[in-house]
Design a protein around this ligand. Structure first.
Ligand code: GDP
Ligand code: IMO
Ligand code: MG
Length: 432
């Protein structure tokens, strides 16, 4: 009987898709708890590549029930497209997928408002994925949002929808000076779409609690990363949900005191998509090499990811906040070939040295990283399958990273494929 959380330790795209798929092989239930189709989780199985946006990463495993938790905002058109894509590839969606009726719905007007709001911010834009995430969560908090269950009852839906639409039209016209597009026939289109998911709608929290009580194992899939969390992250350059372990109880309906293990995924370096503070960002040949070797382009929007050295100050902050038992260290293979590898272990801020991640990141100007340098390794490590076979310099780097975080690297990933993963060998105590 286990209940395990897997979250992103950095600014997203740490390789959660690969790790969730790996862990899901032994899970009975995989439930996602936050975000929407702003996420892009890649799973590589041999020659096949799957990019999941809303559907949890256990979907490729027989016998695993995958739940879109109540904390998500769901774009029905995007969900149906994703479902159809998987069905076309032989994945039995009806058997493996469920959707919590309390999850909120993203309407096309949310996407349009996302774009209008970004335009209005000008240079101060967030660089959102444009998927309507912020406006949909804003509606949820403002109590004008519609949940999946609200769409299942025509009259109730129509009443709520007309009120919501009228408000959004006023907002678009009076604040942004623009008209909402494609509103004619939208009600009927939404009704049609929701019919297709009606058979999948459940109380996801109840399912997860029952499964756990019956001794089954439940995996909680995070999206985005801790630094994109609404409260913990580099506000306002964050997403609109709770992406850390603390988001699980609210975003699923699973009691927090029954969560047994908390793990996070982190790259061996660091990336970020969109705007906002990124203390270790590189603008030189090293950054270009990371981007090139690591194929650092967003899985959702295709935007180039900003790249930089591993930031131990940021990662330690995220480790402590999430109460982690360990991390999955991914993309270590990308660091092969660097003569020197750097890791930020402190920052300089306004003449002071700081070792705790400051709330003022991006407020008082740039944080200047203080780096510890490590000799690199030249060897290709993508075929390595045990810790002892890693080059000595690589082992030293991993051990230093573990000491900075205070938790072990429980598994190490040296390539995108399922089999490019093996246990770490930390002397640090792990609950796993
Ligand atoms: P997620 O959002 O956290 O699921 O991560 P993404 O799927 O957006 O981005 C991670 C990318 O790195 C994907 O293209 C993965 O296939 C790839 N990947 C995952 N682990 C490794 C690894 O250890 N090495 C390399 N080279 N690529 C990896
Ligand atoms: P996964 O799950 C990386 C970023 C966007 C933008 C900010 C706000 O694949 O790791 P939003 O559309 O959520 O309002 O955008 O958050 N962002 C992500 N960056 N990976 C993600 O998800 C992201 N989801 C949102 O780029 O900076
Ligand atoms: Mg991603």
């Amino acid at each position: 009987m286990t209940s395990t959380a897997v979250v992103g330790l950095q600014w997203g795209d740490e390789g959660k898709g690969k790790i969730i798929d790996h862990l899901a092989a032994k899970a009975d239930v995989v439930i996602r708890f936050a975000g929407g189709n702003n996420a892009g989780h890649t799973v590589i199985v041999g020659d096949e590549k799957y990019v999941l946006h809303l559907i949890p990463g256990g979907i490729l495993h027989e016998g695993t029930l995958n739940i879109i938790g109540r904390g998500l905002v769901v774009d029905l058109a995007a969900l149906l497209e994703e479902m159809d894509g998987l069905i076309a590839r032989g994945v039995p969606i009806a058997d493996r997928l469920r959707i919590d009726g309390r999850a909120h719905v993203i309407f096309p007007y949310h996407r349009q408002l996302d774009a209008m709001s970004e335009l209005c911010r000008g240079d101060a834009k967030i660089g959102t994925t444009g998927r309507g995430i912020g406006p949909a969560y804003s509606d949820k908090v403002a109590r004008t949002g519609l949940r999946v269950v609200d769409l299942l009852h025509r009259e109730h839906f129509e009443k709520r929808f007309r009120v919501a639409l009228a408000e959004k039209q006023s907002l678009a016209e009076k604040v942004y000076g623009q008209e909402l597009q494609d509103v004619d026939g939208l009600f009927e289109q939404m009704l049609e779409m929701v019919e297709r998911i009606r058979p999948l709608v459940v109380d996801g929290g109840a399912l997860a609690r029952e499964a756990y009580a019956q001794g089954k194992s439940v995996l909680f899939e995070g999206a985005q990363g801790t630094m994109l969390d609404l409260d913990a992250g580099t506000y306002p350059f964050v997403t609109s949900s709770w992406t850390g372990v603390w988001g699980i109880a609210g975003g699923t309906g699973f009691p927090p005191n029954q969560l047994e293990r908390a793990l996070a995924v982190t790259k061996a370096y660091c990336t970020r998509v969109g705007e906002g503070p990124f203390p270790t960002e590189l603008f030189d040949a090293d950054g270009d090499m990371m981007a090139k070797v690591g194929h650092e382009f967003g899985a959702t929007t295709g935007r180039p990811r900003r790249c930089g050295w591993f930031d131990a100050v940021q990662a330690r902050y995220a480790t402590q906040l999430n109460g982690l038992d360990g991390v999955y260290l991914t993309k270590l293979d990308v660091l092969s070939g660097f003569e020197t590898i750097k890791m930020a272990t402190a920052y300089r801020l306004g003449g002071e040295t700081v070792t705790d991640f400051p709330a003022e990141a991006g407020v008082l100007g740039d944080l200047e990283p203080v780096y510890t340098e490590f000799p690199g390794w030249a060897e290709d490590i993508t075929e390595v399958r045990c810790f002892a076979d890693l080059p000595t310099n690589c082992q030293t780097y991993i051990r230093a990273l573990e000491v900075e975080l205070g938790v072990p690297a429980v598994q190490i990933s040296v390539g995108p494929d399922r089999n490019q993963l093996f246990p770490g060998e930390s002397s640090l105590v792990s609950a796993t």
